[in-house]
Design a protein around this ligand. Sequence first.
Ligand code: DLL
Length: 442
Amino acid sequence: MIWNPAMETLPRADLARLQLERLQRVAGRVYERVPLFRRRFEEAGITPGAIRSLDDVARLPFTYKRDFRDEYPFGLFAVPRADLVRIHASSGTTGKPTVVGYTRADIATWAELCARCMAAAGARPGDVFQNAYGYGLFTGGLGMHYGGELLGLTVLPVSGGNTERQIMLLQDFDVRVIACTPSYALTLAEALAARGITRGSLAVRVAVLGAEPWTEGMRKEIEAQLGVDAVNIYGLSEVMGPGVSIECAEAKGGSHIFEDHFLPEVVDPQSGAPLGPGQAGELVITTLTKEAIPVIRYRTGDVASLNPTPCRCGRTHVRMSAVLGRTDDMLIIRGVNVYPSQVETALLGLPDLTPHYLLVVTRPRTLDELEVRVEVSESFARGLGGQILGDHPRVGALTDQCAQRLRSMLGIGAQVTLAAPGSLPRSEGGKLRRIRDERRLS
Ligand code: DLL
């Protein structure tokens, strides 16, 4: 189902015209209203009037996460504070959060885009929707909530965590659609299995998963264990929250970016030079319609590529690949770039392993060491006849197989440690960190 066919299937030429008109308008607004943008435009020697074509976007200055920090809390707003009807914030690992705000019109746009997402994922008006994204300053919960209501779903605002209660609702409320992080979907699947609750006894059919990277291997696991169609939803607070892009259930082959509201580019993370279709680089987004806090060429830090080829679902909007990693959590190990998702892709095809893994990076002397800890399946552990991951020959064989796969995927050697089922960290409702970097870099 396409929620807004007029916009989502708009012919490319009309879409480009609309984007240019909106780009010119937003550039003019930020130039007039946000001192940081005016300064940046002046430094780049460009005025909004100089934007004549969509390609001219490449002449505009970038915006960075640090700009939000420097202008904390309200310096990037293009409307008076009193015009905000909502504020969200995303917590960083250190220091102050990134603050974003919404006018009444922004909230309406956001709800529209999240409704488009839920429809694309396979939700239908009347479905019961268990929203297990966190409610609060995090954008996930409330963003999806408004979208669900607009689409006509019956929303259960359960928020993240409290697995017992999630399971009760799943069982008792005829839930057809669930949204949460992919790592939490696995936590739920495990908890259901541990209680002997089979997928056939549940009504859930659609899982809208995002807010952290995941891979095709994880998708297969989640779909098999929960009996759902699992689709990817992408978004970030600085641009809006969830609902920037979504996979359609028909293709599950990359996420459509809603181009009537966002102008995407992919650039080389080092030089900032534009990259072509299919080339992986840093995703950069300009908001075309946001009132409260428009951003020009925001450097998302997310590594992805764009696919402009037509999609079988009929949407004309470009598709972004899955997020390969972040420019800032890309690990550089002995000079080689490593993303956690590559490790996942290398290992998840192996039937004796589970999707639970952790990367530990150390520097015992001068050289970086990568250790990949990955949990074995219950059946593999049982097959060892009580000899838990000791010197059993099957353990040695599986370890070697993992090490080989990692070497060919990453180009560097990694020490592989097989872990007992259930021993590695799980998502307790939100995003899961899979990297432990213990290098002391001085
Ligand atoms: O995570 C918004 C969101 C909520 C998206 C619910 C989807 C569902 P932030 O907390 O600001 O916002 O984090 C944004 O999370 O830059 C990516 O690095 C990562 N991220 C979000 N969605 C995906 C995804 C929300 N589908 C940051 N795949 C982004 C990979 C994702 N990474």
